[in-house]
Design a binder for this molecule. Structure first.
Ligand SMILES: Nc1nc2c(ncn2[C@@H]2O[C@H](COP(=O)(O)OP(=O)(O)OP(=O)(O)O)[C@@H](O)[C@H]2O)c(=O)[nH]1
Ligand SMILES: [Mg+2]
Length: 389
């Protein structure tokens, strides 16, 4: 079964059982119908203006799922109230009530035509999905205008601490199985994983770190080759990218070129950059897998050297696959996900260490930014001089 969830949120929610939540499966997109209210008619005799139609507004809320949206609203149709007509008692017609509904954090809202209407990333973030029509007034002949109507898609980006990215067959799901209790499908053919899987690493002191295993990416993924590209949205919110490569490289089939381990790293670099260059700023751990298939570690040391010299070696690649910003890794490790529990344990500890270090850096940076903000406000106030009433 495929599980995908807003893990961090549920880890910290006392009221929800994470296991139960995971067992119920997961939805990562939802289509709904929204209709904003029409404006009320004006009142020509007295120059009365009709009330503005209500908007349909999405509001960010922690601890809810996409499924909850329709359950709470009891429908897939979200319709705001019309503005009231102007009358001789109410020359200015009262506006129609907005329809607000809660959505999980990490949601992006698109129209059917693919136009992005907005994103919800924090508690209380709002997006006006459909705007109410203006009320009738002299310039529109006192006729209230209809509100916007859309069929929209809400797409949820997964929140996990770590995102596993790699070519097909690199061993991502094998690693997920080895570090968590997840039971992803594992097979020797490419594209075994067709939807993201989540696993939770639990450490001896009960610290938990969530890991998302994504479908494999191949070159040209950005142009819809393979299936992994659309799932990259799920790593946008992870804190650490774990880039995984098979030490032997990859070959999609006999009619395709063989890609060496370094080639796959370069191609992943390019695909991530094409998807969203910001992904390259995330902390990154390079994992070279299937060490049990090579006679000694010499091969790994060579590959590590190449990866460290990536900026220079990129000159050897054709321009169309050469990323502008080469990967810079926090660490490069060699493992056998399938055969070595020691390797897997070492990797688990590295993941924790990196997340801790970056967590501290992030905290310090936020404090620094806050302090700078306060001192800027103080300086501005001082420059303005005392308040004269
Ligand atoms: N020898 C060896 N085989 C491995 C290792 N890790 C994974 N494999 C094998 O490689 C194949 C692919 O493993 P998966 O874990 O399904 O690979 P994946 O990266 O999840 O592949 P996709 O889901 O297609 O993207 C399977 O036959 C695994 O048994 C390893 O460390 N050593
Ligand atoms: Mg897999």
């Amino acid at each position: 079964m495929v599980f995908l969830t807003n893990i961090l949120k549920y880890n910290s929610t006392a009221g929800h059982s994470l296991k139960q939540y995971l067992r119920n499966g997961f939805k990562d997109s939802l289509r709904i119908y929204v209709k904003a209210g029409a404006g009320g008619n004006g009142y020509p005799k007295f120059g009365g203006v009709g009330g503005q139609g209500g908007n349909v507004i999405a509001v960010g809320r922690e601890h809810i799922t996409l499924e909850d949206i329709c359950k709470l609203h009891k429908s897939r149709r979200f319709i705001a109230k019309n503005g009231t007509h102007s009358t001789h008692n109410f020359i200015l017609g009262p506006p129609g009530e907005h329809l607000r509904f809660d959505v999980p954090l990490g949601v992006t809202i698109y129209t059917d035509e693919g136009k992005k209407l907005g994103e919800i990333n924090k508690e209380d973030d709002t997006v006006i999905i459909a705007k109410g029509g203006p009320g009738g007034h002299p310039k529109n002949g006192f006729h209230g205008i209809k509100g916007q109507t859309y069929s929209v898609k809400l797409e949820l980006k997964l929140i996990a601490d770590v995102g596993l990215v790699g070519f097909p067959n690199a061993g991502k799901s094998t690693l997920l199985k080895a570090i968590s209790h997840a039971k992803p499908k594992i097979a020797s053919y490419p594209f075994t994983t067709i939807r993201p899987n989540i696993g939770i690493i639990t450490y001896g002191d009960y610290r938990q770190i969530s890991v998302a295993d994504l479908p494999g990416l191949i070159e040209g993924a950005h142009a819809n080759k393979g299936m992994g590209h659309e799932f990259l949205r799920h790593v946008e919110r992870t804190q650490l990218l774990l880039i995984m490569a098979d030490i032997n490289g990859f070959q999609l089939g006999v009619q395709y070129a063989h890609r060496t381990c370094l080639d796959t790293v370069v191609l992943l670099n390019k695909e991530l950059e094409l998807y969203n260059p910001d992904l390259l700023n995330k902390p990154k751990l390079m994992v070279v897998n299937k060490m049990d298939t090579v006679p000694d570690r010499k091969h790994f040391y060579e590959i590590r050297e190449q990866i460290l010299n990536l900026p220079d070696l990129l000159q050897n690649y054709p321009e169309e696959i050469r990323p502008e910003t080469p990967f810079v890794f926090d660490d490069i490790v060699a493992i056998s996900a399938k055969e070595s529990a020691d390797d897997v344990n070492l990797l688990k500890n590295k993941i924790r260490h990196l997340l801790d270090v970056y967590g501290e850096v992030k905290k310090e940076r936020e404090l620094q930014e806050k302090a700078e903000l306060v001192s800027n406000i103080k300086r501005n106030l001082a420059e303005r001089g005392p308040l004269v009433v």
